[in-house]
Design a protein around this ligand. Structure first.
Ligand code: 5AD
Length: 345
């Protein structure tokens, strides 16, 4: 097993059978070796600094109906909200003063009628905080919309592919959504010069180890600048709300494999990791993740952005929240890196 880890570290690619072996190995020492190598590679490229991104949950209104997601269109139990322009700018102002230099605007997928409004908002953020990166996570849109937002000043875009297996994709999404269209969106985003992030949920319903191997192969081939991966967590008002949650261990193992395959990638230790385990965020970092995304959303709308049950929100809205994060990182010898943290080109 150690040979496989070394090979992945040195050559950045394995065969599907070899990925499967790493995902399923049970020997503790082998697993520790994988984690340790991933950590070392991460430290070679990024040191012990962890980038922070200020997450602003723009709206929980969504036209999509993904079977796993708490803010799906059909969920009548959600009180829908959309932040006002003033609220978003206030989040940015507060975030900037706290030290953030990346803002992530995330939200449900809206219709194209709203695209101009978002473009104006991006333009304003770009102008007022010109030294900050703007990341969008707003779902699937036509190429023209992505182009409009890019021209307005957006730098990065997060759009998880969710699963690279078409059959699996169709078990997680309604018939009107397609895996092919999602891939098309990812291609457009790359062409338009965005730093692009994609990824999956680990342990999503019906997922097999073989599916995860396919996802790794896709990621190695697509080479995203950022990789967003978290364990699946059921949301009780969704059709898949009775499936069990994914595993923090397997997710961390996947971070480690991807760190060795894509050494320069920006890999967040995600909120879902922190939701399932109190030390989830740290376990992600010890597996080679190098980003965390504290929540800058107004506290009263936060609970309404419930993609899954008991969603943690690392409260960075106060400087105390950041002190707590810094203290948590310090327990494993890491610190916050306050720079923009662009992906190496
Ligand atoms: N559990 C974990 N992650 C989820 N997401 C949506 N619903 C869930 C859930 N129940 C993730 C999806 C989406 C991202 C914004 O949140 O992967 O791309």
């Amino acid at each position: 097993m150690k040979d496989l880890v070394d090979h992945l570290r040195d050559c950045h690619e394995l065969t599907p059978e070899q990925y499967r072996a790493l995902l399923t190995m049970r020997n503790r020492q082998d697993v520790d070796y994988l984690m340790q190598q991933a950590r070392e590679v991460s430290q070679q490229h990024f040191g012990k600094g962890i980038y922070v991104r200020g997450l602003i949950e723009l709206s929980n209104a969504c036209r999509n109906n993904c079977l796993y997601c708490g803010i799906r269109r059909s969920n009548r139990h959600v009180a829908r909200y959309t932040l006002s322009r003033e609220q978003v700018l206030a989040c940015c102002q507060q975030g900037y003063e706290l030290g953030f230099r990346t803002f992530v605007l995330q939200g449900g997928e809206w219709g194209e009628e709203q695209s101009q409004w978002i473009a104006q908002l991006i333009g304003e953020i770009r102008q007022r905080w010109s030294d900050c990166a703007i990341t969008l996570s707003l779902g699937e849109h036509p190429r023209e919309t992505y182009a409009l937002w890019r021209e307005a000043g957006a730098d990065r875009y997060l759009l998880r592919h969710e699963t690279h297996n078409q059959r699996h994709y169709s078990l997680l999404h309604p018939a009107e959504m397609s895996h092919a269209h999602r891939l098309q969106c990812l291609e457009w985003l790359k062409e338009l010069g965005y730093q692009v992030g994609t990824g999956i949920m680990v342990g999503s319903p019906f997922q097999t180890i073989g599916n995860i191997v396919e996802d790794i192969e896709f990621l190695v081939d697509f080479k995203p600048h950022m990789i967003g991966i978290g364990p699946f967590i059921p949301q009780h008002d969704t059709p898949l709300g009775r499936f069990p949650a994914g595993s923090v261990d397997l997710t961390a193992r996947l971070y480690a494999i991807l760190r060795l395959a894509l050494p320069h990638a920006l890999i967040p230790s995600t909120t879902a990791m922190a939701t399932l385990a109190t030390d989830g965020r740290l376990r992600g970092i010890l597996a080679g993740a190098n980003v965390v995304m504290p929540n800058l959303s107004p506290t009263d709308t936060r609970k309404q952005y419930a993609l899954y049950d008991n969603k943690a929100s690392l409260g960075a809205e106060s400087s105390q929240g950041l002190k707590d994060l810094a203290a948590e990182l310090a327990t494993i010898g890491y610190h916050i890196n306050w720079s923009r943290g662009d992906a190496p080109r």
